[in-house]
Design a protein around this ligand. Sequence first.
Ligand SMILES: CC(=O)N[C@@H]([C@@H](O)[C@H](O)[C@H](O)CO)[C@@H](O)CC(=O)C(=O)O
Length: 339
Amino acid sequence: MLLLSSDLNFLNPNAFFCDFSLFFPDFTLNGFMAPQKKLQGLVAATITPMTQNGEINLSVIGQYVDYLINEQDVKSVFVNGTTGEGLSLSVQERKLLAEEWVAKGKDKLDHVIIHVGALSLPESKGLAKHAAKIGADGIAIIAPFFFKQLNKDGLVAFLRDVASEAPGIPFYYYHIPPLTGIKMRVEELLDGMKEQIPTFQGVKFSDTDLLDFGRCVKKNEQGHLVLLYGVDEQLLSALTMGATGAVGSTYNYLGRASNLILEAFGRGDLLAQKYQFCIQEFLSFVIAQGFGVAQTKAVMTLVSGIPMGPPRLPLSSASEEFIANVKTKLESLKNCPYS
Ligand SMILES: CC(=O)N[C@@H]([C@@H](O)[C@H](O)[C@H](O)CO)[C@@H](O)CC(=O)C(=O)O
């Protein structure tokens, strides 16, 4: 039987919750994208656990998966991104991590999205192919940031070349201008992207430019795309602007607290603002002391009890003073919101 993508209406993620691959086991292998469950809600940008010797520590990933689900109520992950130090890992390490997350998340996590962006096109393509082969639920690609492509067509050409290596799974553009320096408006990028890259499914938008984000939401009136926000301290603003979900580092340990924002927002309850203020109180406290991936690793170790280990150079470990300060701060926020 010949199936046309128009019959499947896979452009509308809400339309499908059945697993077509059960009926057509090699459906994705034929180069068509199988209907996917929509990526929504909170997505944890995973940390890469490391040993004290600086090697990746795969042994705690299973425990990490269970912690996210049971303690943080977070069921989707974004692996090898910024928080995961993806660009500081070797290709082999990235593949091993992707395999472990997919294996340990099987039948537990809703979505395992693998970031496959790299400065080298062949490396990025290889990672995309690998992610599809191991059964990841999607790939994300960051804009190359050493030789910067400032022309839209050039950037889309890079993304297309990589995404075409994983034709059976969704591709998300990873927009993080504070780190890449690529400030091209996503609103502009969206024009024609789906025609150029059939697997294009949405954007991970890690920027404070809510004007650009709002324009993306407006462009997505039919709701075909997933628009995930990535600045955790202003999640509520993005929700009001129309975000369909969020990806961030803090959902590793503040997932439950952040879910309260989503729930209150969903009910139209202004309590959402108080929950956001609690998270902002914590984040403004840590940001004032210098907050990045190294500090995220330390906070996660403290809160979850799972050893995340040190970051990899050029990052340096969080100081003991920072960890002590965080401990006190978290204690004081235990009953937040207070009224
Ligand atoms: C620059 C940065 O690391 N941003 C984080 C945020 O979650 C960030 O840690 C949080 O908003 C606190 O500032 C994420 O957007 C990054 C992310 O999702 C990733 O690790 O790929």
